[in-house]
Every structure is written in structure tokens, then in C-alpha cells.
Design a protein around this ligand. Structure first.
Ligand SMILES: [Zn+2]
Length: 599
């Protein structure tokens, strides 16, 4: 299990040399970039609306090249900070990166501001020109911010404060990354990161599951004051800037970046809440299967059937096959990223938890961070992150840098889809009936985690913003109260929540980095379920259309991008189709559990 100190991904660390050779070169590059940006600003400032479509195209191409170099140098610092949080050179570089990135943003923001300042007739005339094809959609979306943008001097002043706000985020992250606790997972007491403690919720030994969560909540108790202070400062700051801008709804910035109408999001979240009983019925069923009267929180993801250890090399082969079976091009991207050392899979102290993919630029392949703990579900995470990587790679081949990156909600669709096809393959090929049941249950529970839990997190955030907006401080006790209430709406009586779970909000990084991020997972899982159903109906037609969707990046709206795949976001029936697929997964898991019990 994940508790051994000899994890199979030991030594799978990324090679950052495609980004920078070393910190000294990164420092020189930051200075060079600042020089380029100053030169760009001197030549281009005041020209956005006056150079015509062809001139604007040249300007945007030059900016596109510059922002890609910034992305590369910036990610070098971030990547080091995320894997070696205590190294002094890394900390200096990360501080430098935050400062320089803010300076660069201030220097370059005139392009957006001048573009947004144009009146509609001028902007429409430019948008009609063929020269601006590769930028049109993103330029149009940017203008939605027009009512909320402040004069440039004020925008500059706000931006100059960015490092101070980033420092709260960094403090929050560092507290968690460096938090290690002694825990005996069966091999003697050793230091455990939060991620490693959390991985015990999938352990077959109930005592160990309960003890690991106990130790986790105990450890969170020591940092919860700092974590709540960070969150309070960040939320307070966001709300006061919203007031300055006149943004009426704290969810608006996220919805706008997702290019989703607030009403579409609310319809989806309400539909999800109506389906909470799917989760509760499963937990009751699962308690029976485990021979318990009622599940404790630590039993939520307990394996039914049997888990098995998956070595890193086997995981790589499985994801490769799943992608190749769907479309060989995707598997080729996967192999190339691995061969070039763009994956960091080894869990270790000083490394951030979780997993992500960064699609750096048109000339650098994506980098992937994850914490591989030898469990079957880590294979799913690997597939998920490579769903992002293939999306980024194909979109960057076809689109400009500005137009490749979709909002968060759509960005999670290819990753979730990759995860679903990988899981389906694992289930189909698994020979051991008990392991197959474990996979069926895990698929259903992953969907519950994405669709139900991420929605309750977004509701929790909504209440936190509302409370802060009414002048109430977001102390650990207030956050605990809101957290438990939203959790109770989902779990009700089906799961017993331990006292320590009051601090369950304290280690969720999304709350800190992007407000209301989490509903993106719910959206994406439901959309991916719909896509999987379409794929099964007609694989021959679906695969090429799906590749076209990936390569289209963010050149159109989510509505326009998903329509050719048979998913209409404006139709409430879309969610009903997705829930039918969700239901099928839960049903198959329940049948599997029954068969295992009677066999
Ligand atoms: Zn993702």
C-alpha cells in the first residue's frame, strides 16, 4: 500500500532544463524580459486602437511571444517552489519571480486596457477583420470586463499590490507543504505529509484510516489560525476590489473566465444538489457491504473489493494503452513528455500536494506534477493530468498562446474524459473480480467527489464571501461552522462526521488560489459523462471530432466548442443525460458489490 517507504515512483522527478539551465540564468532572463517589455511598451503604448487590424495583429503576435517567455521563466520558479519549498535559493527565486511578474504585468496591461477602452463600433470594425482571426474570440470575451475596469493608474496601483496578496497565498501553501507529522502506517513511525496521510482513506484497515484522519486533523489544528487568517485576508481583499470595480456578484469573475453564464452555473449546481441522495444511498449500501451500521467520514473512500499495488511502470503502460486505444496521437504526446522528464511523481517532504499540469508555451511541452503512492487511483490521476497535457499540446499547436487556454471549467473536461476512458479500460481488463469491484466503486466515488463534494465546497465559499461581505471575520470557528453546515446538506445522516472535520476546509488550496474554482470539477465531470455516452454511441465519428475540440483550445466559447460533440449547455436536459450516466456508474458499482457479497 501507499504506506511503504519504498514507493515505486521514487526518483521520478522532473528535469527543468527545458525551462532554464539554472537560477542564475533565470535571473538574467527576468531582466531581459523586463527590457523587452519596456521596449514593447514604449513603441506600442497608445497605438492599440490606431494601427488598424494588420498593425494590431503584429502587436498581438509580439505580445504573444513575450508572454510565452514570461510563462516559461515564471514556471521555472514555481516548479522549484512546488518541489523544494525550503531551499533558500528557490525561495529567493520565487520572490523575485513574483515581483518581476507583477512589474511585467503592469508594463503590459495597457494592451488590454486600451482594447477594452475602445468604443463598441471601433472594436467591432477591428473584430470583423480577417487578420485578427487567431485572436477574435478572446478579444471579444475581454470586452465583457469593460463595465468593471478602472482607469489605468488605478489598475497599475492595484497590480502593484499583487505581491503582497501573493505572499498570503504563498504562506498558506508553505504551511501545508512543510507540515509533516509522525505517523505509524504499519512500517514504524515516520514523517508524513498531508497528502500521504490523506492517502490512508483508501486503506483497507479501518483503524489505520480512522487514525490517519485523526492525526491529520490534529496537525491542522496547529495551522488553522494561520490558514484562516490567510483566507480572511484574501477574501477581504477580493471583495473590496470587487466593490471598487462595481462587480455585484463574487462569482462573476470566475463565471466570466469560464465563459459560463451565472444562470447556467446555478441551474447546474441546483440540479446537483437535487441529486445528493444518489451519494447518500451509496453510503448506506457501502456501510452494509463493509459490515458497518453507518460509515464514518474515514470510510467514505474505503476500498470495497480489493485494492492492489500498481507500480509506476505499470501505471505508465496502462495510461499509454488507454490513450492509444482512443487515439494514437494522444499516447505519443504522453510518451514524449515522460521521456523528456516533464513528470514529477515522487512524493516527498517540501513538495506540494495534489497534482497539476502546466502547458508552458508553444515551444515547451507541458510539465506535470503529481504524488504517486502506488495505488490504482493514482493511475487515474496520471490519466487525468495527461488529459490536460494533450489538450494543451494540441491547442498550442493550432492556436496562439492567448487563444489556447480555456476557462477552468472547460479545461477540466479533457482531463476528466481521459480519466474516464482510462478507468473504463482498467475495469474491462481487470481479471480479479474483487479488484474490479474496487475499481467500479472508485469510479462512482470519484464522480461523487467531483460532482457533489466540489459543489458543496463552492456553496461553502459562497457563504464565506457573504459573511465577509457583511463584515464578519472568517475565523477558524466561523469557517468551521459554515463548512459543517454545507457538508451536512450533502451527507445528512448517511455518514458520521468526526469532531476534527471542523478543520476540513483548512487544506483546500483552491479556496486560496481561485475563488469558486471547485464547481469547475463538477461541471467537467458531468460534461465528460455526457461525452463518454456520445463516444460509445459512435466511436468512429466521435474521436476525430474530439481531437478537433482539443485543438480548438479557447478559440470559441464552451457552448460553441461542445455543440459539435452533441452537448448543449443551454439545454437543462444536458444535465439529465449526464446524471443518467452517473447513475449507471453507481448502479454498476452496487451490482458489483452485491455479486461479490453473494459470490
Ligand atoms: Zn485537472
Amino acid at each position: 500500500m501507499a504506506v511503504s517507504s519504498s514507493l515505486s515512483a521514487t526518483g521520478i522527478r522532473w528535469d527543468l532544463s527545458d525551462l532554464e539551465p539554472d537560477a542564475a540564468q533565470a535571473r538574467r532572463d527576468w531582466n531581459e524580459l523586463l527590457g523587452r517589455a519596456r521596449d514593447f511598451a514604449e513603441r506600442r503604448r497608445g497605438t492599440v486602437g490606431r494601427v488598424g487590424a494588420e498593425g494590431l495583429r503584429e502587436l498581438l503576435d509580439e505580445l504573444d511571444a513575450l508572454t510565452q517567455d514570461i510563462s516559461r521563466v515564471h514556471f521555472y520558479a514555481t516548479a522549484r517552489e512546488h518541489t523544494d519549498a525550503t531551499d533558500p535559493e528557490t525561495n529567493d527565486l520565487a520572490t523575485l519571480a513574483r515581483d518581476k511578474a507583477a512589474d511585467l504585468e503592469s508594463l503590459l496591461m495597457f494592451v488590454e486596457l486600451e482594447w477594452i477602452a475602445l468604443d463598441d463600433a471601433e472594436a467591432d470594425a477591428l473584430l470583423a477583420a480577417a487578420e485578427l482571426d487567431p485572436y477574435r474570440h478572446k478579444l471579444r470575451v475581454a470586452r465583457e470586463e469593460k463595465p468593471y475596469v478602472l482607469p489605468e493608474g488605478e489598475e497599475q496601483a492595484l497590480n502593484a499590490r499583487r505581491p503582497a496578496i501573493s505572499a498570503w497565498e504563498a504562506l498558506h501553501g508553505r504551511e501545508l507543504a512543510t507540515l509533516t507529522v509522525e505517523f505509524d502506517g504499519g512500517d514504524g513511525s515516520e514523517p508524513h505529509t498531508i497528502d500521504r496521510l490523506l492517502s490512508y482513506v483508501h486503506h483497507p484497515d479501518r483503524e489505520l484510516r480512522l487514525a490517519a484522519l485523526d492525526v491529520l486533523y490534529g496537525a491542522l489544528g496547529e495551522v488553522a489560525d494561520v490558514q484562516s487568517a490567510c483566507y480572511d485576508a484574501i477574501v477581504g481583499d477580493r471583495l473590496s476590489i470587487d466593490r471598487l470595480r462595481g462587480i455585484p456578484d463574487p462569482m462573476w469573475p470566475t463565471n466570466q473566465r469560464n465563459e459560463l453564464d451565472g444562470a447556467v452555473v446555478e441551474t447546474m449546481m441546483a440540479a446537483i444538489e437535487e441529486h445528493y441522495p444518489i451519494g447518500r444511498r451509496w453510503f448506506v449500501r457501502k456501510a452494509e457491504a463493509l459490515g458497518l451500521d453507518r460509515l464514518q467520514l474515514a470510510d467514505q473512500y474505503a476500498p470495497v473489493g480489493s485494492d492492489r499495488r500498481v507500480e509506476w511502470t505499470e501505471a505508465v503502460a496502462m495510461v499509454d494503452d488507454a490513450l492509444r486505444d482512443f487515439e494514437p496521437r494522444l499516447a505519443d504526446i504522453f510518451r514524449t513528455c515522460l521521456e523528456r522528464g516533464h513528470v514529477d511523481a515522487e512524493p516527498r517532504p517540501g513538495k506540494v500536494g495534489g497534482a497539476y499540469c502546466n502547458s508552458v508555451s508553444k515551444t515547451v511541452l507541458p510539465y506535470i506534477l503529481m504524488n504517486y503512492t502506488d495505488q490504482l487511483r493514482d493511475v487515474v490521476t496520471l490519466a487525468h493530468e495527461f488529459g490536460h497535457a494533450v489538450h494543451g499540446t494540441l491547442a498550442l499547436e493550432r492556436q496562439t498562446y492567448r487563444s489556447y487556454h480555456t476557462g477552468l471549467a472547460l479545461a477540466e473536461v479533457p482531463s476528466t474524459f481521459a480519466q474516464l476512458i482510462a478507468v473504463e479500460r482498467l475495469i474491462d481488463l481487470e481479471e480479479d473480480p474483487a479488484t474490479r469491484v474496487m475499481l467500479l466503486a472508485d469510479r462512482a466515488e470519484s464522480a461523487m467527489a467531483s460532482i457533489f463534494r466540489q459543489t458543496l465546497m463552492a456553496r461553502f465559499e459562497g457563504r464565506a464571501y457573504a459573511a465577509r461581505g457583511e463584515g464578519k471575520a472568517l475565523t477558524r470557528d466561523r469557517l468551521a461552522e459554515l463548512w459543517l453546515e454545507e457538508n451536512a446538506r450533502y451527507y445528512a445522516e448517511s455518514i458520521e462526521l468526526p469532531e476534527g472535520y471542523r478543520l476540513g476546509w483548512a487544506y483546500i488550496p483552491h479556496f486560496i488560489h481561485v475563488r469558486f474554482y471547485t464547481y469547475a470539477y463538477a461541471f467537467a465531470h458531468l460534461v465528460a459523462f455526457s461525452l463518454l455516452a456520445r463516444y460509445r454511441e459512435d466511436p468512429e465519428r466521435f474521436a476525430p471530432a474530439y481531437l478537433e475540440f482539443l485543438a480548438s483550445g479557447a478559440s470559441r466559447s464552451p457552448q460553441e466548442l461542445l455543440a459539435p460533440l452533441g452537448v448543449d449547455l443551454r439545454d437543462p436536459q444536458t444535465w439529465a443525460h449526464a446524471f443518467a450516466e452517473f447513475d449507471r456508474c453507481v448502479h454498476e458499482a452496487a451490482v458489483g458489490v452485491d455479486e461479490l457479497g453473494s459470490g
